[in-house]
Design a protein around this ligand. Structure first.
Ligand SMILES: [Zn+2]
Length: 352
């Protein structure tokens, strides 16, 4: 465990969260309030008990098990008001950890059970993010997710709608869901459309499946970034190619441990990747499902992998470079974060 003093110092560092799922980060209190207002039945009315239904804990055995809490939350995220609210609250949560920028991802096709159109879902989320951004000063962008268990036509519709919002709040498309049951190679055709429409791509890969999934994502699907990439260690040749091409790895340590992408910190390759010079970035994945925040993720790195404050800041710089922002936007964001880092540098020796 890092000291309380070190934790609060890490909390103040400027940060960037590029891998953050909207539906995996809904607060238990919000779920309870939305369910009451909408007449949705929940397994419990106690916030404390509800938290245990919404998060997986350390005893989670697989990615498939990790994905189960999402079904509960999806029940209340079927209206514009609910989507706007959770998006706004996500920005508020990010601010608490001093995030300067977040890329928020979600699968709009999962929010049409009560008749919402994909565009209405996107508009509602973007409205909440914009309000949050104005209120808390955190820059936000959207990534929409295709789902591995959905039909190709549904996923292609998500991509076509994403194209309409590209550079109007949306910056990329993703592929999420059960990587083990639905291999990356099944989605060549779907992502050919994204490439054709020139939408940047990030793909969850090397989490529940091996290095071949990462290879497929990069070489066949055209991924510019990889979500997780924990199992890249299985293929040395590919690892060197990912390094050479500076393809960022969006790593989410606590989630990666919970989904059993790694069987313990002793085997988690983050320090190895970082020292090898790979473009490692660190994120939360799902703040509620994983019961985490980016400060907690950073403190794990300090505690288990001996990252220094300077190295933690380097992860943030990597994340800015890896973001789907424009060149000028990245430059502005980097200047802002570097200024804060420099100011904080003077008090380093007191806490580390
Ligand atoms: Zn994810």
């Amino acid at each position: 465990m890092v000291t309380k003093q070190a934790y609060s110092f890490i909390k103040q560092l400027p940060k960037v969260d590029l891998h953050l799922h909207l539906d995996g980060s809904v607060k238990p209190k919000t779920l309870l309030e939305l369910a009451r207002a909408q007449g949705v039945t929940l397994p419990t009315q106690s916030i404390a008990d509800l938290s245990s239904y919404m998060s997986v804990g350390d005893n989670c055995t697989s990615l498939a098990e990790y994905l189960r809490p999402f079904d509960l939350v999806a029940k209340v995220l079927q209206t514009k008001q609910a989507l706007e609210r959770v998006a706004y609250e996500l920005v508020e949560q990010a601010k608490q950890d001093n995030c300067a920028y977040i890329e928020v991802r979600f699968a709009p096709q999962q929010h049409r059970e009560q008749g919402l159109q994909l565009e209405e879902v996107l508009n509602a989320v973007m409205k909440g993010l914009t309000k949050g951004s104005c209120m808390f000063g955190v820059e936000t962008r959207v990534i929409t997710c295709c789902m591995r268990h959905h039909d190709a036509e549904v996923n292609k519709e998500v991509i076509r709608v994403a194209a309409k919002y590209l550079n109007k709040g949306l910056v990329a498309v993703d592929l999420a869901g059960d990587e083990n049951s639905f291999p990356t190679s099944l989605f060549r055709d779907t992502f050919a459309l994204a490439n054709q429409l020139e939408i940047p791509i990030t793909i969850h890969a090397g989490e529940a499946a091996g290095a071949e999934s990462i290879k497929e994502a990069v070489k066949q699907l055209g991924a510019a970034r990889i979500g997780h990439g924990v199992r890249l260690t299985e293929d040395d040749k590919l690892l060197h190619e990912i390094k050479k091409r500076e393809i960022p790895l969006e790593m989410c340590p606590i989630s990666n441990l919970q989904t059993k992408a790694t069987d313990g910190w002793g085997h988690y390759p983050i320090r190895y990747y970082f020292d090898q010079g790979l473009k490692v970035t660190v994120h939360t994945d799902n703040m509620t499902v994983s019961d985490t925040c980016i400060t907690k993720e950073f403190s794990i790195l300090m505690d288990h992998f001996h990252f220094t404050i300077t190295e933690l800041n380097q992860l943030t710089i990597n994340a800015i470079d890896a973001s789907f922002l424009s060149f000028q936007e990245k430059k502005t964001l980097k200047q802002k974060c570097l200024k804060q880092m420099k100011k904080q540098e003077q008090s380093f020796p007191m806490v580390v």
